[in-house]
Design a protein around this ligand. Sequence first.
Ligand SMILES: Nc1nc2c(c(=O)[nH]1)N[C@H]1C(S)=C(S)[C@@H](COP(=O)(O)O)O[C@H]1N2
Ligand SMILES: [Mo]
Length: 322
Amino acid sequence: MSLRDALRIPARQITDEAVYRHRRQLLAGLAGGPAAVLAGCSRAEPPPPPARPVDPVRARAGLVTTEERTTYEDATTYNNFYEFGTGKADPARRAKSLRTSPWTVAVGGECARPGRIGLEDLLKGLRPEERVYRLRCVEGWSMVIPWLGVPLRDVLKRFGPTSKARYVAFTTLGDARQMPGLAWPSLDWPYREGLRIDEAMHPLTLLATGMYGRALPPQNGAPLRLVVPWKYGFKSIKSIVRIDFVERRPFTSWNDMQPDEYGFFANVNPAVDHPRWSQKTERRIAGAGSKLFAERIPTRLFNGYAEQVAPLYSGMDLRRWF
Ligand SMILES: Nc1nc2c(c(=O)[nH]1)N[C@H]1C(S)=C(S)[C@@H](COP(=O)(O)O)O[C@H]1N2
Ligand SMILES: [Mo]
């Protein structure tokens, strides 16, 4: 079957651009990802952050959760890490060979002290703390995981971001020899994500090196990954090798592939549906046997972290800037 047959669109309607886009969507669709037709694509600059910064004490209050935790087994065998395949079980099977030491991170862009730095030096003097965070995937499942990490802000400050640093861009390792998924164009490799600078500097934003009291397993993004608990899981980029301070909204893999399906902000919001499914509820994978019998619970605005992060978006239209 030809690509055109597969897509069931008449030849005369196909432009090169459309073929390219539909092919990307088809591949992503086969991969269990997005497959809908694109609406408009906007590269407009989002509104600036609020002038009043978030109060760190308030931002960290209420972080203790009594919700049942996801088991280590589920958190490490049901993963999204497309570099190792698009199936949930692929990363646990195929990421074992990822070489996570030595590991260096290149930091660049709008900052006083750019450079390449080894992981130990990057984190020197910062004590990892445990934060039990909910992580909700845009696909509609969620977990409660005890992460070990340092606030991203403590690491970023070391590089002296300039006043032009309005966003922070992150890049995952893109080594096809170690990452079999790179042979498949399910995403525009390497995986990239970005945050507005105030989101990156928010006390809740964690640079994680471990979970459940141990080092991060490769399938969860070893040796260094982001955890942004109020955003859909895809913002929590794994196995980071580059951090750039930038003036303009950076390229981000999911948003740039399907801008009508995956917003740049990707804030968890039950009131803003994905074009192909509702975001009102989630399958909570927690407790024993829960992958099969996950309970459906209501999704909360900002994944339940509204108290801490809502001020970042005051006055912003969350439907437009989803
Ligand atoms: N580099 C990279 N980071 C990634 C992904 C990915 O495919 N590649 N998947 C994202 C998605 S969609 C989710 S839901 C979370 C899953 O994190 P977990 O496997 O640790 O639960 O990782 C995110 N980070
Ligand atoms: Mo996800």
